[in-house]
Each structure stands twice: as C-alpha cells, then as structure tokens.
Write a protein that binds this ligand. Structure first.
Ligand SMILES: [Zn+2]
Length: 425
C-alpha cells in the first residue's frame, strides 16, 4: 500500500466535502433536466485546471432535450506519459426531485457533523467527488503513470440514461480501445462491489371490450372484467411461480433475490376527468395495465414474456369474447460482471487494504447505466462502487458521510494503481 497516496487523500478531506456541496448546489432535477449545463461546466472547469482535456457533448434529439433543457454531458480525459489501459469513472449528475419532508434546504449543500446533506448527496454527487479526489491524488503521487484516466458527468440516468451514457456509448465513448475499465460510483456502500443488475421487461397489456349503455351491460363486453380475469390469473398462478424462482445472483436486498413483477398502473373505462359532475354510464371497451417484470440471469427474456402471454392466450380460449394486445415498453437483459474481472479484483484489493476485509459482492435490484456500457459499448469490465448508503437515495434529508467519501476515494485510488501501474505499492 502506498502511504503517500493515502495521506494525500486524507489531506483532501475538506476538498471532497466542498466539492460535493458545490455539486449539490446545482439543482439538476430530472425530469425536466434542470441546470445540466452549469453543472457540467463546473466539472469541466475543475478538471481542465488539472490538465484534463474536456469535451461537452449535447445529446440532441434524445428524450427531453430542448434548448430550455439541453442534455449536456461532460467527458474529461487525462493521458499519462506512456500508453496503457484507460480507467473511466462515470457518474450521473442528475437527481430526482426533492419531495417533501426535508429539515434542510435540499440544494444548499449543508455540511454538518461529518456529513454533506442535499438531494444527490449520496446518489451520486458524493461518489463523483470521491472519484475526482481519487484521480487527482493518484496523478499527483504518480505523475509518470502509464495509460489514461477519464471522468464523465452524464445526464438522465434517473430516466433511463438515453441522453447520457446510452448516447455517449453510441458515439464510442464507452468502447475499446478508448476505455478498458469502468467504475460507476453509485452509492452501494464503501465496502461493497456491485457486479450488475437484474433484467427488466416493461409491457402494457390491453384488454378489449365493446362499448354499450351501462344500464344494459349484457349488450356490450366489459374490458375491465376481462382485466379482472387477467389479474386473478396473475395472483393465482404467476406471482406464486415468480416467488419460487431463486437466483445465484447476490441481489440486495434479499427479497429481490428472486423474480418479481410490479403492476405499475391500471386504467379502464372512462377517464377520471368528468369531475366535477358524474361519469356517463358506459361499458368500458378498453382496459390497460402496465407491468414491470424484473428477471434473473437464469431466465431468458422469451420465457419471461411467454409466462404472461401464455396466461393471456389461455384466457382467450376460455373466456367468451376475450381479446388482448400487448406492447413492449422496455427490455434490459440481466448483467453480472465476473468476480475475476480486472476491475473487480483491483477494487477488491483496495477494499481489502482499507477495511482489512473481503468486499461484499452484490447485484442491484434495479438497473443503472452499466446496461448501456455493456449493451452498446461492449465493455464488460464494469462495476458500480462508491460511498453512500443506498437506502438514503431518493429520500428526504439525503446525506453522504465525509469519512465514507475519503475511504472510498482511497479504495478507488488503489484500484487505479492496480489497473494502471499493476501494483498497490
Ligand atoms: Zn444513481
């Protein structure tokens, strides 16, 4: 272990806190995508001062991109004195809306009692700040290092990442030979390595009916009752079957270590905008249900879909007049980086050095930008690792511990040392 590297990071404790607070003061709320440009420019200015080459990439034409809310990403690159691998730290700069229940101003960047408070403190401006401190300290201690370091601040992760990492990956920013290893400092706790995530399938199911006067429902065909039959079949067959499917993926929390499905919404019949007043009495001819199915490495997407369509097709045979349509809304395959991948081993060495223990290896129940890096960029040497407690994300009084940021910056710096210089010393 290089004591000078660790001491350099210890000496920058105030810097990491101040940087996090500064980043929180940009209210980068998504949607709609507020303050992306000034936040990206702040990052660009900071890293430019340290000798990074800076690029701002606007994701024109992606969802939500307008002149009022431009999707501005920043990518910074520092090439070492000789050729070698490139380690990329990717953080999203967008945050979700603050919501109610705060006891501090969510965008003031309050530093108090060893913590930085604010929306995005843990998810994930604290992780972004820690990765910058780690990179800067590494560059100061080993000015002759081989290879390259990249740091990006990307937008729209909270809404799917299409104007952020997906867009950049489409342009080649997350592919070889430009990049070899990617660390995403999402708040997974300072001693855990997140290897990937479960898969996602969102779909909309619509049952069809026939409109008629509500006083004579026998003249029509009620789409909501058909959907009732769908829900009953889901309750009796699908949910219990999903609950029995366990995975070898180390998903946290434990409850997500199996297949799950959420029903996101249901809409049937007349819209609710008759208020004030009374609804007109109609037999609904359409009912729509959106499902959010999360699946496992052991399952394939075709089977996942056929479990649902199998029930719908059977109802079509069994129920008079039953008809349906199903539309895919989103598909993401499950991902799990192997434990012997270089970036996993390098960060594990860092965790071992700082905490004197083996890391916990975890899988996220939901997806994050790693999906685009794998699917579009074809980089599989990718993990999420960063400070902050995942349970605090998206909640009131979100905070990140300053000591946690310092310690995880040390882990990241050791990871850099292993990946670029081939040593922890
Ligand atoms: Zn996040």
């Amino acid at each position: 272990m290089n004591e000078r590297l660790l001491k350099t990071i210890d000496d920058r404790r105030d810097d990491v806190a101040a940087l996090t607070a500064d980043l929180i003061r940009f209210p980068t709320i998504n949607p709609p995508g507020e303050a992306y440009r000034p936040c990206a420019e702040y990052l660009g200015a900071r890293l430019k001062k340290r000798g990074f080459e800076i690029e701002f990439i606007r994701a024109e034409g992606t969802p939500g991109d307008t002149d009022r809310y431009p999707r501005i990403n920043v990518v910074a690159r520092f090439d070492g004195r000789s050729s070698g691998a490139c380690v990329h730290f990717n953080s999203h700069i967008d945050v979700v809306e603050p919501g109610d229940g705060w006891t501090v101003d969510p965008f003031a960047g309050v530093v108090r009692d060893g913590r930085v408070y604010g929306r995005g403190a843990c998810d994930m401006k604290g992780g972004l700040a820690a990765s910058i401190i780690a990179a800067e300290a590494f560059m100061d201690v080993f000015p002759d290092f081989p290879g390259a370091i990249e740091i990006s601040g990307t937008v729209d992760e909270e809404s799917g990442g299409f104007g952020g990492v997906a867009h950049l990956a489409g342009l080649g920013y997350f592919s070889r030979p430009r990049v070899d290893h990617v660390i995403i400092p999402e708040p997974l706790n300072k001693d855990r390595i997140c290897l990937g995530h479960r898969g996602v399938w969102w779909a909309e199911i619509e049952t069809k009916g026939e409109i008629a006067h509500g006083s004579m429902p026998f003249l029509g065909d009620n789409a909501v009752r058909h959907m009732g039959a769908v829900l009953r079949a889901f309750e009796e067959e699908l949910f219990p079957a999903l609950d029995r499917k366990m995975t070898r993926m180390p998903v946290v929390p434990q409850g997500a270590r199996r297949s799950t499905m959420n029903i996101n919404s249901i809409h049937g019949g007349q819209t609710e905008d008759f208020r004030p007043g009374l609804p007109s009495p109609n037999v609904p001819d359409s009912c729509r249900l959106t499902i959010d199915r999360r699946f496992l490495l052991e399952e394939d997407l075709a089977t996942v879909k056929s479990e649902v369509t199998g029930i719908l097709d059977r109802l079509k045979r069994e129920r008079k007049k039953f008809d349906y349509e199903i539309r895919d809304l989103m598909e993401v395959l499950p991902l799990m980086t192997e434990r012997d991948a270089p970036v996993v081993k390098a960060v594990a060495q860092g965790i071992h050095a700082i905490f004197d223990r083996e890391p916990d290896y975890v899988i996220s129940p939901g997806t994050y930008d790693q999906k685009h890096i794998a699917r579009i960029g074809h980089i599989y040497d990718c993990i999420a690792y960063g400070p902050g407690i995942l349970d605090l994300a998206h909640r009131p009084d979100e905070w990140v511990g300053i000591s946690d940021m310092v310690e995880s910056a040390k882990v990241m710096a050791i990871g850099l040392n292993v990946l670029l210089r081939g040593t922890t010393g």
